[in-house]
Design a protein around this ligand. Sequence first.
Ligand SMILES: Cc1ncc(COP(=O)(O)O)c(C=O)c1O
Length: 452
Amino acid sequence: MNRLEVWWRHLWIAPSFSGPTPRNQLTKSRKDTTVYALRPATHTDIFVSQALKLYTSINKMATTFDISKAREQFPALQQGQVFLDNAGGSQALGSVIDSITEYLRKTNVQLGASYHTGTQSNTKYEDGYQAAAKYINAGRDEIVLGASTTQLFMNLSSAMILNEGDEIILSKMEHETNVKPWLFMAERLKLKVTWWHSDKPELKLTAENLKPLLSPKVKFVACTHVSNILGSIHDVRSIADAVHEVGALFCVDGVSFAPHRRVDVKAFGVDFYAFSWYKVYGPHIAVLYASNSAQEYVKPMAHFFNPTKTLEDKLGFAASNYEGVQAIPEIVKYLEGSDEAITEHEGKLQKILLDFLKSRDDITVIGTTSADSKERVPTISFVVDGISPKQIVVEAEKISNYGFRWGHFYSKRLCDEVLQLGSEGVTRVSMVHYNTEDEIHGLVDVLKKVLP
Ligand SMILES: Cc1ncc(COP(=O)(O)O)c(C=O)c1O
């Protein structure tokens, strides 16, 4: 019960009211608390009760994400293009674009100054950091914003403190962003690398298939939350628990997860987590989280005269783009209260496409065929007998305004070694909540025309 509701309820039991008691009112009162039943309800009581109902529904509306209104907030969606390469990069919110323009127009000065405009810029930048930290349930001192997830993992890998001979486990089901930095780290620190993957048909990283690889010698494990090819959601919480049982650190690439579900680094139990805001309706910047305890393994890379307390101090390299950082509150504001609506809507979108793909024997969905939102996000890859991944895209572009892609999408080890696909990889359709059911039905029509 919030403060206004308490106030309404306080009015409800005020002694000065009189008048008849509607039966249903009294029954309802008893359910809430016996105090309400001590005296009859009055007309004023009824008014107050109605007002409370109205207030509650307005309050609910304010926090309920309206999926049908979402498109209006993206200027790029008001043109004749259907965007289905969202796992590559999402469209930016109009409010983000406006805020960046406003920042560059009025407050684009070097941070740290004490003159009037300088203080405005400092505040906006700090608000961006605060909003990013709060959004992922991290402390302000546990995040750093930077150019990209690749860049942030590279920075982290240059700063990690591990001992020669320690073992690390890397997955083969990754975008190369969550591999190369750790191979570089292994080379630098002379660490032993063990590879981890899950074969077809499961293609799922789990605590169970990780456990045989774990030992007290393992000090670091990295994997993706969601593969940018397969779309399936890994249970990072249970993997984190297994990793921590042997005392290792756990690093997760959240890039393909964050556009679809709420990130909560504490609930996930991870030590390191990163994703890119340019895939979450914002500008081209990324965030890296490192828990306070994991930061003991991060050597500060700051200039010798600068502070080294927070993750930003340690790995910031003066590299976050000011106008991008200060726009983050707009993304957070937009996504507030969106979790359920987005999951539900995206579930409908993925079902439409998967139902079609599964209906044909000549199509193989790469990854789970389940449309269950607990299992996957709407990033769907497939191959088709008799037509190459590239040809599907080329032919679709000839007859439609549908934008989707083919390739390995930088998950080269997954495509080559685990999935053993050809050089063109897969055809990938990646949807987000601003896509409509009509668009996906339209895509099915386009595919029916271009497939053999
Ligand atoms: C799963 C995944 N991880 C990491 C990246 C790299 O992100 P960034 O471009 O911010 O380095 C991508 C980019 O497509 C991705 O899909």
